[in-house]
Design a protein around this ligand. Structure first.
Ligand code: CA
Length: 258
């Protein structure tokens, strides 16, 4: 199964002294992104993983492209931090393969490069990376770039409030309001609604919804989606907002703006 950083480095991991434990655990439950760190140098890999987790995300580690490929198949990450120089297949070749595959082509990727020349080459190649970081980088720069890419490419992974069709979802307080009425949702329905409210007016198949909300379409059955859609609709019905969550026959589901 996934080798998470907790499993690999738990004894040496010390949580950030900044922020209360309540705040940290709250963030973990609402907007923690799964970030795949593909880096062969153990020290850098660990440094990145510590930072990613202190920022409230989960780090999944891979030491080479082959390992990264297996981790991606197990669970689709929300973001990949990808080193250029890897043993065996290069990070660049791995990126090309991700972009050539329909399931993985939308995963945001930040390339890590050791030299400025590599960065020049990357810019020239137009490989589809979302951003680039040149080593050595500060933790502040890393966190800022992760945040910017998630905001741009995976808004359901940020703490930004979403306001659609009279519904207001606040990831920081984990509350959904319809006007002055609070809608009480289970954790999965909350994530589902957050995803839909940040990805409106587009049809998503059950497989795509599993990938985006559960991170997995291989081991979870498609009818799981229908079960949670039904629960979400039942709550939205209280205020008539279930009309926004539409079934598109033969295709999947769409969340309308109005
Ligand atoms: Ca390397």
């Amino acid at each position: 199964m996934e080798q998470t950083r907790q499993a690999a480095f738990a004894p040496s991991y010390a949580p950030s002294p900044v922020g209360s434990p309540t705040r940290e655990s709250h963030r973990e439950s609402t907007v923690a992104a799964n970030i795949l760190v593909v880096e062969d140098e153990a020290a850098i890999q660990e440094l990145i993983a510590i930072n990613v987790e202190q920022a409230g995300h989960r780090a999944v580690l891979a030491g080479d492209a082959e390992d990264a490929y297996i981790k991606v198949q197990q669970r689709l990450p929300d973001l990949i931090l990808l080193d250029w120089m890897l043993p065996g297949m290069s990070g660049l070749e791995f990126l090309r393969r991700m972009k050539a595959n329909a399931r993985t082509q939308r995963i945001p990727v930040i390339m890590l490069t050791a030299r400025a020349e590599e960065l020049d080459k990357l810019h020239g190649l137009e490989t589809g990376a979302d951003d680039y970081i040149v080593k050595p980088f500060s933790t502040r720069e890393l966190n800022a770039r992760i945040k910017a890419v998630l905001r741009r490419r995976a808004p359901q992974m940020t703490e930004d409030r979403a306001d659609i069709g009279g519904l207001s979802l606040d990831p920081t307080t984990h509350r959904v309001m319809a006007g002055s009425q609070e809608l009480v949702l289970g954790p999965t329905e909350f994530k589902l609604l957050h995803f839909f409210m940040t990805h409106t007016e587009r049809v998503y198949s059950r497989t795509q919804i599993l990938d985006h909300v559960w991170g997995d379409h291989v081991f979870i059955e498609e009818r799981t989606v229908d079960v949670h859609i039904r629960r979400l609709r039942a709550v939205l019905q209280e205020t008539g907002h279930d009309r926004l969550l539409q079934t598109v026959r033969g295709s999947g589901y769409r969340f309308a703006r109005e």
